[in-house]
Every structure is written in structure tokens, then in C-alpha cells.
Design a protein around this ligand. Structure first.
Ligand code: ADP
Ligand code: MG
Length: 260
């Protein structure tokens, strides 16, 4: 199972929107997908229509070792997409885990418990911080996908994130790579957006995905219906962009022979 952390310590940059819609796009392509909600706000869980009654076992219990991966997993309305939901309990985990053995490896060990062949790919929706939860996601992942909002100061904070990636790489997870940077909330009518996109590409180069996620009201409406945009309105520009991002992402993944 390929594991990808969707991370950026800035809030509101499109992590959750990207995690939900990319997961749905991959499922639509035929992949068996697991989405792990690792944000105490639980936006990915709400956005997928998983109500609180169905969050009895969540990423919190999983990290504590109180349940096995399969017990924490719930199905969603999207075929082939399963979810480990999050609850507010998770906000305590950042502190609680400090006293745990192998505190940075809790998620990795939990995901190692996935039955072979059950899922092809796992996306982890990270909280807006570089604390223990995000570190657990990075330790558990093969690569990181960074959503970057196409606005002024887009690159601000990125060096901190890259430092954390480097620290995880040298300390725990040598194989961790940067899968790509996705520009989000791009506004075609706004010169600033295209200028920011040019600047980001000049600085980061080919790591930036060619696909740009447009600012699209359908993407922000869909979660209130408990649906991914790709199901709420699969023809809106936002949905089309996430399908394109999924194709690009698949192209960047190691071929099965290399991954083995
Ligand atoms: P994060 O998980 O990084 O905090 P979200 O994905 O929750 O960010 O996005 C922040 C807010 O912006 C949400 O209200 C979301 O619906 C909205 N949003 C995200 N991406 C887009 C987009 N491309 N177009 C319009 N609204 C968006
Ligand atoms: Mg989020």
C-alpha cells in the first residue's frame, strides 16, 4: 500500500479538499483507497458525510493502540474509498503520545497492520501543525504531497516544512520523498495568482504539479453536503482539476516493480 501524507502546517491551504477529492479521483480510477483523517477538526470525515455516530473508533484510538486498523475503518458513500475518521479526542493525542513508546511510529505501525491487497493507496490528511501528528504521518509515508495556496506569501513557511521533512528523513524514514507541490485556489481572473504560480515554479521547479486547482465554489460547497466535489458535481472545474491531478500523481508513483 502506497502511503502519501497531504501536509502543510498552514491552515486553509486546501489540504483536506485535496485529500478528499484526490482520494475520490483515485477510487474512481479503480484504486482501493484508504483516507486517514489525522486532523482533530475532522473536516475530511465530515466532508465525506461520516457523522459522529460512525466515529466510535477513530484515528485517536488507532494511534493509542486501542484498536486495530480494520476496527477503525469505516466505509464511505464513495465506492472503493474507506476512511479512518477523526474526532476532537485527537487534539489530546499530541500531548498524550509524548509518553508513549515509539511515539513517532504509532501510525506507521498501525498501517503496517493493513491486510495485503486490501488497499492500494493511503492518503493521510494532516493537521495544520508540524507537531507529533504530522510527524507520525511523515514517518508512516513514502512521500508527501504539499498543497500550496496560490496567494502572496505562498512560499512562506515552506522552508520550515522542508526542514521537518529532512529531519524525519535523517532520523526515521530515509525513503521519504516529496511527491509534489499542488497549487490550490488559483484564480484565473487575478494577475496575482498567475504571478505567484510563476514564482513558485521558478523556485521549486518540476516538483510543482502542472495541474493547478482553480478557486471553485463547488469545491467549497460540497463538504456541507457530506460529499466529495467529484460526486456532488463531477463536471465542475474543481472536480476536473482533481481528476487531472490524480492522473499526474499516478504518473509520479514508482512502478510496481520498483516499489517491491
Ligand atoms: P486545510 O485542510 O488546508 O485547512 P481546506 O481544504 O479545509 O484547507 O480548505 C480551506 C477552505 O477553503 C475550506 O472552506 C474549503 O472548502 C475552501 N477551499 C479549498 N480549496 C478550494 C478551492 N480550490 N476553491 C474554493 N474553495 C476552496
Ligand atoms: Mg484540513
Amino acid at each position: 500500500m502506497i502511503r502519501i501524507a497531504v501536509a502543510n502546517q498552514k491552515g486553509g491551504v486546501g489540504k483536506t479538499t485535496t485529500a478528499i477529492n484526490l482520494a475520490t479521483a483515485l477510487a474512481a480510477t479503480g484504486w482501493k483507497v484508504l483516507l486517514v483523517d489525522l486532523d482533530p477538526q475532522g473536516n475530511a470525515s465530515t466532508g465525506l458525510g461520516v457523522d459522529h455516530a460512525h466515529r466510535e473508533r477513530s484515528s485517536y484510538e488507532l494511534l493509542r493502540g486501542d484498536c486495530a486498523l480494520e476496527e477503525a475503518v469505516t466505509t464511505t458513500r464513495v465506492p472503493r474509498l474507506d476512511l479512518v475518521p477523526a474526532t476532537v479526542d485527537l487534539s489530546g493525542a499530541e500531548i498524550e503520545l509524548i509518553d508513549y513508546q515509539r511515539r513517532t511510529h504509532r501510525l506507521e505501525e498501525a498501517l503496517d497492520g493493513a491486510p495485503p491487497g486490501r488497499w492500494d493507496i493511503c492518503l493521510i490528511d494532516c493537521p495544520p501543525s508540524l507537531g507529533l501528528l504530522t510527524v507520525n504521518a511523515l514517518v508512516a509515508s513514502h512521500s508527501i504531497l504539499v498543497p500550496l495556496q496560490a496567494e502572496f506569501f505562498a512560499l512562506e513557511g515552506l522552508s520550515q516544512l522542508l526542514k521537518t521533512v529532512e529531519r524525519v528523513r535523517s532520523g526515521f524514514n530515509r525513503g521519504l520523498s516529496i511527491l509534489g507541490v499542488a497549487l490550490t485556489m488559483y484564480d484565473r481572473r487575478n494577475n496575482l495568482s498567475s504571478q505567484v504560480a510563476d514564482d513558485v515554479r521558478a523556485v521549486l521547479g518540476k516538483v510543482v504539479f502542472e495541474t493547478v486547482i482553480p478557486r471553485n465554489v463547488r469545491l467549497s460547497e460540497a463538504p456541507s453536503h457530506g460529499l466529495p466535489a467529484l460526486i456532488y458535481d463531477h463536471r465542475c472545474p474543481g472536480s476536473e482539476a482533481y481528476m487531472s491531478l490524480a492522473r499526474e500523481l499516478i504518473g509520479r508513483l514508482p512502478k510496481p516493480a520498483e516499489a517491491a
